[in-house]
Design a protein around this ligand. Structure first.
Ligand code: ADP
Ligand code: NI
Length: 227
């Protein structure tokens, strides 16, 4: 069978089908439904962003976690490389491949105080969509799914989650999952690129703050005293 050069719509469809089958049974919170939500949200943001290229946004969203460094021994080029391989197999133009690679290379959170600017507007939209999916109720669920996947305890009451929140502990997965809220998730609201995403983040952030406060109260039995 010879491959004919694909139309943008066919390229998006094929990429979605490829990623869907690859991530369908993923248990760390980076499953197909995560990618699908990021894809939908990024597409929605693109529709309200003049100048945003829909094809680049959609491919960036679909491929952003294709080979995450967290799961590839810290190799930050694993993602861009896997995306290139896929897109070349689909005969995507080199210009498209370069733009998608840049999104994957730049998207990840790299610690408090480390800026993660995106070099394209499409990248800003995909980064916002990915970060919105890391906060709120789904963010809570994903954090604990990921922590369980890495055999992390929920919480260690002898260690303050606030003080123990460093990017080193984040990268090495050495901290209990509740720390992740202080080292990353509660800071994502301030690090969004678009006003539309910031609006959505308000409610999700408030929910997460309430969750963490209640979690720590229950852990210490502080709610029992009131009954
Ligand atoms: P990023 O590109 O910013 O790393 P991803 O989309 O790959 O974002 O996924 C990050 C998700 O993984 C978040 O939902 C987050 O809750 C979870 N995660 C990553 N590291 C940890 C950790 N150390 N503890 C708990 N959850 C984590
Ligand atoms: Ni993601």
């Amino acid at each position: 069978m010879t491959l004919t050069p694909t139309t943008p719509a066919a390229l998006v469809d094929r990429t979605a089908a490829y990623i869907r089958q690859k991530f369908l049974h993923e248990g760390s919170g980076h499953d197909w439904e995560h990618i699908r939500r990021v894809w939908q949200v990024a597409r929605g943001l693109a529709q309200h962003t003049p100048g945003a290229d829909l094809l680049i946004t959609e491919l960036g969203a679909l491929l952003h976690d294709v080979a995450d460094w967290k799961f590839h021994g810290g190799d930050e080029e694993a993602g861009p490389r896997a995306a290139r391989q896929w897109l070349q197999s689909q005969q995507a133009p080199e210009e498209v491949i370069l733009r998608v690679e840049a999104i994957i290379r730049e998207i990840s959170f790299k610690g408090l105080g480390v800026a993660t600017p995106m070099s394209s507007v499409e990248g800003e939209l995909v980064q916002d969509a990915d970060r919105l999916d890391a906060i709120g109720a789904i963010g809570v669920a994903r954090a604990f799914a990921y922590g369980g996947h890495k055999d992390r305890p929920l919480h260690d009451p002898t260690v303050s989650p606030v003080e123990h929140a460093t990017f080193e502990s984040y990268k090495q997965n050495t901290a209990p999952t509740i720390n992740h809220f202080y080292e990353k998730l509660l800071h994502l609201r301030e690090r969004l690129n678009t006003p539309a995403a910031r609006r959505v983040a308000e409610e999700r952030h408030a929910f997460m703050e309430q969750f963490v406060a209640q979690f720590l109260r229950e852990w210490e039995g502080q709610d029992l005293a009131q009954s």
